[in-house]
Design a protein. Sequence first.
Length: 238
Amino acid sequence: MILAELEVFHSRPIAPTRRVALGHRALPVHPAPGFGGVLLGGIAAHAVGGLDPDLLPDLHRLIVQLEEGRRIPQPRLRYRFQTDQVGLTRSRHRLLGDGEAMEFDLDDKGAPAQYVLGAVYAAGQLDPVERRPVMSAIRKGLRWYGDLGPSLIAHLSGAQGAGAWSPSAFEDPLRWALDLLGFTAAADPGPFRPERADVQRRFRERLRQAHPDHGGDTDGAAQRIADLAEARRILLGA
């Protein structure tokens, strides 16, 4: 399942001019930074290792200017941003959901600077209120030097406890937490939260069921226990 998607159109390496344009965008940003923010941060993390270090100061200035809604002079990072896609190559970047996991599907046909520019310009076109947490996710991606896996997704989303939330947990953390601890949620749970003592009781019950020492399956036990702890944290507002 596609959770977020961004098309970046860019000139080929042998082209005499360097250009970047945006194509299709599906970037949900609720709850912030949303699947869209995680995707853009992942693009930044994917590309940062291949960026010319000399471009980084201008990149960070560009992020601030876009975040503040300023008019952007061209070219930036040696590339001109335009709306015309004619003659440009298309790259597609996606955040995918597969059952209880999320993963990146990122193209490699363009230059790292082209992909970073596509990410920051896409963020710059968001509503001002949405723009800041998404730009924050991009900054996190630019500081990331590990694998592009669950740890990065958790880092970009701000998830705590579990190594990486499932798509359902990310999209509606309260409903996910209620379901995981066995509370019956209405069609729209709204502000409903069970009593603290009930949360603690359900957590201990589910923890005993999940723990290998009490007969729980050894495979995936650490993830299940981490998920239970995260659900308790959400419901207790910790």
